[in-house]
Ligand binder design. Sequence first.
Ligand code: ZN
Length: 647
Amino acid sequence: MNLKIGVGKYDVTGPCAELGFMGYWDFAQKGLGIHSRLYSRAFVFEDLSNGKSAAIVCADILACTQSVHQAVIKKLKEHYGDVYTEKNVLISGTHTHSGPGGYSHYFIYNASIFGFNEQNFQCIVEGIFQSIVNAHANKRKGKILIAKGDVEDCGSLRSMPAYENNFPDGEGPYDPPEFREMMLLKFVDENGVGMGSLNWFAVHPTNMGQKNKLISGDNKDYASYLFEREKAVVSAFANSCCGDVSPNMKYGVPDGIHDFERTVEFGEKQFLKAVELFDGAAEELEGNIDYRQTFVNMDQCMIDGTDKRTWPAAMGYGMTPGSSEDSEGVPVWPEGTTRGDVEEDPDLKRQALSRILPVFFGIVWPPSLSEDYIEGHAEKPILAPLGLVKINGIPLVPSIMPLQLIKIGSLIVIAHPGEMTTMVGRRMRETILDVFKNDDVTHAVVATFSGAYSSYTTTREEYAKQHYEGASTLYGPWTFDAYEQEDRRLACAMRDGGDVDVGPQPPDLSEDQFTLQTPVLFDDVPWDKEFGDIQKEPNPSYGRGDRVEVSFFGAHPKNNLKTENTFFTVEKQRSDQWEIVYTDNYFSTILRWKRKGIANSIVTIEWDIPSDQAAGVYRIKYFGDYKSGWTGDIEAFSGVSREFTVS
Ligand SMILES: [Zn+2]
């Protein structure tokens, strides 16, 4: 390929205290600090032979929501005209469950976070935009190498009864049943110097469980962290069809005690495979850059030549326990509850609940559902008809879904607005590769969590079992068939050089958001203290492997997110200078925030001294910003610990 490539990265960490995390739908899981910063990583391509550009972004967020997508595209158009648009920019999330939420425009996805959060939304949008700006600015001539390999023992299927229903006559042709392949792209410049890498591998980043309250990019981010330090290039670990792939089948639901350890285990496996693929990559992608994109109304997508269709969204009973392998939800109905089960349930309490709930919801939701709609969702017993109602004028979930293919030489990247199961992924890749079977396209990968978020997509057979994933397949039993049909349409148009319909435009709901979250009113310290004073000094001396702990009278971290910056530094004395050795973006450091009284903040910094840390004299410096109760102004301050030795 005659190609220019650019890589970029930018901080999207967001507010680290008193904002709910998005992922486990747990009202109690609100941030109390930072373990690792979250980043957006961008890769841009310009095909010098046909003049077409494309961008692929992977950010440490649960999913690229429609609102984030719309806002980033708007900024890109203002900045670059028609170079980067919704057609050729693919923005995905890694699916970390330990990042602050509130950046969807749809009620259901903000519910456990108590509404929309403008500060976090702007941080994510700006960070993604800046990562593309950085990538665009350092574009240079280069080439792309591709390599693939299996990551062993790094996640297992979490809904086997649903998966096995794909193969009614036996176990199925796949051994192991998981799709373990990592596909890695290596970007090198004209001189063969590595510029970056991007890989896709399917596993839920849920090693950090719902007891965790520290911001973390989980196993995907830890893999990036290791790779970027080893190879000194930007490296994204993107997700693929992890809808039914859990890292927790081995040890059980994360207990809040071993979460770091397991994050390291699953992150390292991905890192080691990526390094091996990066070092060995030899096949060069040849061909051109191309793309097709459209919007589809998933409320009523007809499957050609059949009487099948999709329906306005509904959530099934089997969604309430959460994915019971990764978290603990409301265990009223177990995963796998079908319509038949609900109708015939001998448990009177549950029977009563299943009658009360619709009555309760009837206040905002339609008092009765049409027979067609109920039949349309087939085996799914409808707990919540999300697609039929609005709160505050806003639909509860989106229905206009973006679909997109990006061609990079012989590779097609299929963007998907949600979570796909393993089997859905296999079928989708086959469908797309089949369209191009007489062409130069030989690789296909699904980039999940891209462009919008609409929960899960299972196969028809998996749907019948109503596990968590099937109960969360919003648009009914033919959801996948609709996506497959529309993606095939895009692929055919691309192959034949034709155009595609733009489709219906998703609504812009940015003016209709509300929040029940409380802002920072003001910060305070005890009467005899100043901001930045020490609350608890570190010990005078430590050995390697020890944990240093120091606490400050601090301020609320929402006052200044310290984007592309840090809340603290660990410093080492070198003659009469202090040299920064760690920041809040190291795996060995933790920032913890605690509210004391009404407006006091205690900020604790922890540093686990690595086993190879140089001996010497160290100190820890903290940087905060307090909000004045008198003027409302925000003022910066800092504090420093006493010196301590490491030996
Ligand atoms: Zn998920």
